[in-house]
Design a protein around this ligand. Structure first.
Ligand code: GDP
Ligand code: MG
Length: 172
């Protein structure tokens, strides 16, 4: 199995930390060389299975600049982001322990509604999240109907990071 995955989310939610945790020691290639004008490969995860069909290769792509467009350049960036979402096998939206989606999260949600690519929500920083608050965040995103799967993680502790890999692998 192999495929492309786009990781998106507001600054500081833990995108880089989660990606590092996914790549872990199994890191094959990390590069920030631009692949196209709109995509940057951030890392490649590979795993060899017992059987050939269990082999897994995931290529993580950074989606630059998703925020509400203020000008023509912003519009272009948004168009690029949508283009990227359409080309990948799955999109992972990462949010953190902040209760209720802010304007930035809502803007990304609206973009994600416009594409049919499978979407996974990662609620990160569960190590500092009260279970009731986790449930509140979970429900808010579940109600949007946008996500195929919702996973709580702690990227810093490596908690449930394997679940994210497995969830994404299902869409390849
Ligand atoms: P990015 O801007 O989305 O790439 O976020 P970073 O990966 O740079 O993380 C932003 C901050 O959040 C850093 O200080 C991380 O150490 C912290 N962070 C990331 N993941 C977690 C987590 O699972 N738990 C906690 N407590 N902090 C985290
Ligand atoms: Mg980062």
């Amino acid at each position: 199995k192999s495929g492309f995955i786009s990781i998106v989310g507001r600054p500081n939610v833990g995108k880089s930390t989660l990606l590092n945790s996914i790549l872990g020691e199994k890191i094959a290639i990390t590069t920030s060389k631009p692949q196209t004008t709109r995509n940057t490969i951030r890392g490649i995860y590979t795993r060899s299975g017992q059987e050939k069909q269990d082999d897994l290769q995931m290529i993580f792509i950074d989606t630059p600049g998703i925020h509400k467009p203020k000008n023509k350049l912003g519009d272009f960036m948004t168009e690029s982001a949508i283009g990227t979402f359409k080309e990948v096998d799955a999109v992972i939206l990462i949010v953190d322990d902040k209760l209720s989606a802010g304007p930035g999260d809502k803007y990304i949600l609206d973009l994600l509604r416009q594409i049919t690519t499978p979407k996974i929500l990662v609620i990160n920083k569960i190590d500092q999240l009260d279970p009731d608050d986790f449930l509140q965040i979970y429900k808010e995103y579940e109600e949007t109907g946008v996500f195929s799967k919702i996973i709580g993680t702690s990227a810093t502790e490596g908690k449930n990071v394997g679940d994210v890999i497995e969830a994404a692998a299902e869409f390849m």
